[in-house]
Design a protein around this ligand. Structure first.
Ligand code: GAP
Length: 508
């Protein structure tokens, strides 16, 4: 899947047309970076969430769940570092009034130079054919060498400026690179300022008694503050994990790219508590486990890659992103972080309460180290949608759009159609549907030609369509059509449940 804006636009339009995702408050012209999941979207989202829960909680005896409140005591965010350090540098263009993330403007500039290098390589490849040695070319071609040097110099200024919160240096870099606003084309910039990404609101009924509180920017802190509650009441022994799914909120400066970057989104996070010194072993374990989970959804390995971080956050001693090849390119889907004992120690310090574990084997108390796996549910949804979207030309010359979603994740598993709306076929179809709807999400449809109904369910991703015809009334058989192959089989009504169950099995 190449970087493909057109494909991305088609997927967004399809998601709306088929009830997966709508712009939030659309009748009021929408709210930026907030989206609603429609009748099919909510089913797919629930299925992905349940599959994650199953893989993390049900399949690991030493992982339990939690559902912490979104509102937390404000000191939580002081301890976690979010009040002081959860910032992005922002800059406004005075002519267009558009706001940008200053570091992203510089990174986009780097990407343009990288684009020039890639063009030189493609041209040279064509010129030299089989004899082309890319490495030698990159090391010796003067234009490429000069551009690589430029990138190096920019990075050598950007990263230290970011690390040192040196806003003036970032502004100077933008000016020196002559970066212009993509909208107005002007270089009339404000100063660069730090912008905290947390949303705040006030709790309490009177103005004097109100306290400023924050909407959580990650679910993880709800797990940390409950670490001892769960450990003690669940009699958990290290190593053990606590998993949680739920909404998180970030006032992103640049929120675009559909549900990839939103201001309200959902995370699925797990904190795994381990003995200090054993964290790297568990970090490697979770890297492997999480990749197995991704691949188990039927999306091939070439769509994923790890991106290990060179630059680590102050609390981490190892970190990687699982990147997925979205139509907008390879982007972060999940983060796996070795967070040391930073969070629990900070909460000990700010709360004055001990957050220690007594290890009966070592007969020693310590603050555990933590490996975190953190994935955005909406991003996983977008990954499933992007991979599933398929345009096909059929043998008869017609075309269809089919969502090749793994059957166990599909919003509906079976659609039941009477061939025609008379002769007792609707009644028979509804009777069949009544017999299987407690097993799977089923959809009854009698409007339009059978061909149109098949297309509609291809577009939603329904793996099986059952059609009731006149023969059904004679011998209690139906046709069952498989979405991807479009092959139809005649089967006994009693067999539908078994056939579908077998094909939906996650173990498969
Ligand atoms: N507790 C760690 C943490 O929150 P993160 O890398 O900031 O780490 C984890 O976020 C995941 O949450 C990301 O990999 C991404 O999938 C998702 N995510 C983060 N910000 C998001 C946003 N604005 N919109 C949608 N998903 C987002």
């Amino acid at each position: 899947m190449a970087n493909n804006e057109d494909l991305f636009k088609k997927i967004i339009a399809h998601a709306k047309e088929y009830g997966f995702i709508f712009q939030s408050s659309e009748i009021y012209d929408g709210l930026a970076a907030a989206y609603d999941y429609g009748q099919n979207g909510v089913e797919l989202k629930n299925n992905i969430r349940q599959y994650w829960w199953k893989a993390m909680v049900q399949m690991h005896e030493n992982i339990v769940g939690l559902d912490a409140a979104i509102f937390m005591h404000p000191t939580t965010w002081k301890a976690s570092g979010h009040v002081d350090a959860f910032n992005d540098p922002m800059i406004d263009n005075k002519d267009s009034k558009k706001r940008y993330r200053a570091d992203v403007l510089v990174e986009d500039h780097i990407a343009k130079i990288e684009g020039k290098i890639a063009k030189e390589i493609t041209k040279a490849k064509k010129r030299f054919g089989d004899a082309f040695d890319e490495q030698q070319f990159v090391e010796t071609n003067p234009r490429v060498v000069a551009n690589m040097q430029k990138i190096e110099e920019i990075k050598n200024r950007l990263y230290p400026a970011m690390d040192n919160d040196d806003m003036a240096a970032i502004k100077q870099l933008i000016e020196d690179l002559a970066i212009a606003c993509p909208v107005s084309g002007s270089r009339n910039w404000t100063d660069v300022r730090q912008f905290n990404l947390m949303f705040s609101t006030s709790m309490g009924s009177t103005a004097e008694g109100a306290t400023e509180i924050f909407l959580r920017p990650e679910t993880a802190q709800g797990i940390f503050v409950n670490f001892l509650n769960v450990q003690k009441t669940g009699r958990m022994k290290i190593p053990f994990g606590i998993a949680q799914t739920g909404k998180a909120f970030r006032n992103e400066i640049v929120a675009r790219q559909f549900i990839f970057r939103m201001r309200e989104f959902e995370q699925m996070e797990m904190q795994f508590f381990v003995r200090p010194g054993e964290e790297m072993k568990w970090y490697e374990y979770w890297k492997e486990q999480r990749m197995i989970w991704h691949l188990s959804m039927g999306i091939p390995a070439e769509n994923y890659r790890f991106h290990d971080h060179d630059k680590l956050a102050h609390y981490a001693n190892a970190a990687t992103d699982v990147e997925f090849e979205f139509p907008i390119g390879f982007k972060e889907l999940e983060g796996i972080h070795s967070r040391t004992d930073f969070d629990l120690k900070a909460h000990e310090e700010y709360s004055g309460k001990k957050l220690r574990y007594h290890d009966p084997e070592l007969n020693e108390s310590y603050v555990p180290y933590v490996i975190e796996t953190s994935i955005g549910l909406d991003r996983q949804f977008l990954a499933v949608l992007s991979y599933a979207y398929t345009e096909e030309k059929l043998e008869d010359g017609s075309e269809r759009v089919v969502m090749k979603i793994a059957p166990f994740l599909a919003p509906y598993k079976v659609a039941v159609f009477p061939l025609v709306k008379k002769d007792g076929l609707p009644e028979k179809a509804l009777e069949i549907m009544d017999g299987i709807k407690s097993d799977f999400m089923c959809f009854y449809e009698e409007k339009d030609s059978i061909g149109k109904r098949y297309r509609r369910h291809d577009a939603i991703g329904t793996p099986y369509c059952v059609t009731v015809d006149h023969q059904t009334l004679e011998d209690n058989t139906v046709t069952i059509r498989e979405r991807d192959t479009m092959k139809q089989e005649r089967v006994a009504i009693d067999e539908i449940s078994r056939i579908v169950t077998e094909k939906l099995s996650i173990n498969k």
